[in-house]
Design a protein around this ligand. Structure first.
Ligand SMILES: [Zn+2]
Length: 377
C-alpha cells in the first residue's frame, strides 16, 4: 500500500506539533493518535520513529566536534565508540523529503538527509534500506576485479592485443558500473544536488556496461569480418553517446523522466539482438550454441527479469514494509545484474576459445604472432 495520501493532514498536524514547543504537545499528539486509532495505525509507526529519533538526537546525533570546557577537550557521547556511531537514526517513508521518497512501498529504515560525508560512509556499516544495495555491488565490483586478474593470468599466453582490449573493455566497464552504483547508494541521501550527480554517474555506468559488454561479442562474432565489425561497433558507439547525452541531460534529471531513460537503456540493450541474429544467419544455430549463445540468452533473461522486478517494484508492492531491509526490487535488480555479468563473461570465454581454435583469418592471427612470436593452433 502506498502512502495513504488522504491521511496526510493528520500526519502534517503531528509533524507540526513535533516541531513546536508547546507544553501540552504530548497530550495533544496522543489525542490525535487515539482518535484515529482504527484507520490510522500507520501513524503509530511514524510516531514511534519520530519519538525514537527525538530521543537519539539528544545523545547520538550531536555535531561531531569536541567541545572545550575549562581548558579540557570533551568528546561528545556520539564520538565515544563506533558502536554508538553505527546506531544512527532512521526514518519512516512518510518523514522523508520528496527527493528521497522514491519508493512508497518501503515503509521504514530510511536514512534521513545526511549532509555529511562521514554520515554517508558510516551508513555503509549499518543496517537500513540501502545496506544491501551498497554491499551487493561493492562485493560484486571486488569479485569481478579478482575474476579479471585471474582470467588474465590464466589466458595471457593465448591472447593478442585485440583479445586483451575486448576483455578489458568488458571487465573495466562492469567494474565501473558496479562502483558507480555503489557510490550512488552510499551518497544518495547526502543532499538533492549530490543525489543528482551520483544518479548521473550511475546512469553513465549503465551506459558504459552495455557498451563494454557488447564489444567482445561483436569482436568475436565478426572476428574475420572487419567491415561488419566496424559497422556494428560504430553504430553501438553512436547509440551509446546518444544514451549518455540523454540520460545525463539537465532536462532529464526529474523522476518523471525515468521511463525515457529506461527506454534509452532498452534500445541500447536490444541493439545487441541485431548482430546476434546476423551471426545466427551466418553461422547457424548449432555453431552459435558452441560459441556460447545459450549463456548470452541466460544473461538477457537475467537482465530482463531484474528490470521487470525493478520497474514494477516487486515484491514490495504486494507486501509494503516487509522488504524494507532485504528482498526489495532494487536488490533483486542488483543480484540479477551480477548474475548477468557472470553469464556474459562465460559467453565471452566460449567465444574466445572457439575463435582461438577455429578461426583462421589473417589479421588477428598476424597480431597474435607479432605479440608472442609463436603460432597458435
Ligand atoms: Zn542500484
Amino acid at each position: 500500500m502506498p502512502i495513504p495520501l488522504d491521511k496526510v493532514k493528520v500526519v502534517q498536524e503531528i509533524e507540526r506539533l513535533e516541531d513546536e514547543n508547546e507544553p501540552d504537545k504530548k497530550r495533544r499528539m496522543q489525542q490525535i493518535l487515539d482518535s484515529n486509532d482504527e484507520q490510522l495505525s500507520f501513524i503509530h509507526s511514524k510516531h514511534r520513529v519520530h519519538w525514537h529519533n527525538a530521543a537519539e538526537i539528544d545523545q547520538d546525533l550531536l555535531p561531531y566536534h569536541p567541545t572545550v570546557r575549562n581548558g579540557n577537550i570533551t568528546v561528545l557521547p556520539s564520538e565515544q565508540s563506533l558502536d554508538v556511531a553505527l546506531r544512527r537514526r532512521y526514518m519512516a517513508h512518510w518523514g522523508l523529503p520528496e527527493w528521497l521518497g522514491d519508493n512508497h512501498f518501503l515503509l521504514q529504515k530510511h536514512r534521513p538527509p545526511a549532509n555529511s560525508i562521514r554520515e554517508c560512509l558510516i551508513s555503509i556499516a549499518s543496517i537500513h534500506s540501502e545496506t544491501v544495495n551498497i554491499w551487493t555491488h561493492l562485493i560484486g565490483a571486488l569479485c569481478i576485479s579478482v575474476t579479471f586478474i585471474l582470467f588474465l593470468l590464466d589466458n595471457n599466453r593465448q591472447m593478442d592485443i585485440s583479445d586483451f582490449i575486448t576483455f578489458s573493455s568488458f571487465f573495466i566497464s562492469a567494474i565501473l558500473c558496479l562502483s558507480f552504483s555503489t557510490l550512488l547508494h552510499i551518497f544518495l541521501n547526502y543532499s538533492p544536488r549530490i543525489m543528482v550527480i551520483v544518479s548521473k554517474l550511475d546512469y553513465f555506468g549503465i551506459n558504459i556496461l552495455i557498451f563494454g559488454s557488447m564489444i567482445p561479442v561483436l569482436h568475436y562474432y565478426f572476428y574475420c569480418n572487419l567491415k561488419l565489425k566496424a559497422i556494428y561497433i560504430g553504430i553501438l558507439l553512436l547509440l551509446s553517446i546518444a544514451s549518455v547525452i540523454g540520460t545525463s541531460s539537465a532536462a532529464c534529471s526529474k523522476p518523471r523522466c525515468r521511463p525515457f531513460k529506461a527506454t534509452l537503456f532498452i534500445v541500447l540493450g536490444l541493439y545487441g539482438v541485431v548482430p546476434t541474429i546476423h551471426a545466427c544467419i551466418i553461422y547457424g544455430m548449432h555453431r552459435m550454441i558452441q560459441m556460447g549463445f545459450l549463456y548470452l540468452c541466460v544473461m538477457a533473461v537475467s537482465y530482463i527479469f531484474g528490470g521487470v522486478m525493478y520497474g514494477s517494484r516487486m515484491p514490495e508492492r504486494f507486501f509494503p514494509g516487509k522488504f524494507d531491509i532485504i528482498g526489495q526490487s532494487h536488490q533483486v535488480l542488483h543480484v540479477a545484474v551480477l548474475i548477468a555479468i557472470y553469464f556474459h563473461f562465460y559467453a565471452c570465454c566460449r567465444l574466445f576459445n572457439y575463435v582461438v581454435v577455429n578461426e583462421k583469418c589473417i589479421e588477428p592471427i598476424m597480431l597474435k604472432q607479432i605479440v608472442y612470436a609463436e603460432p597458435l593452433s
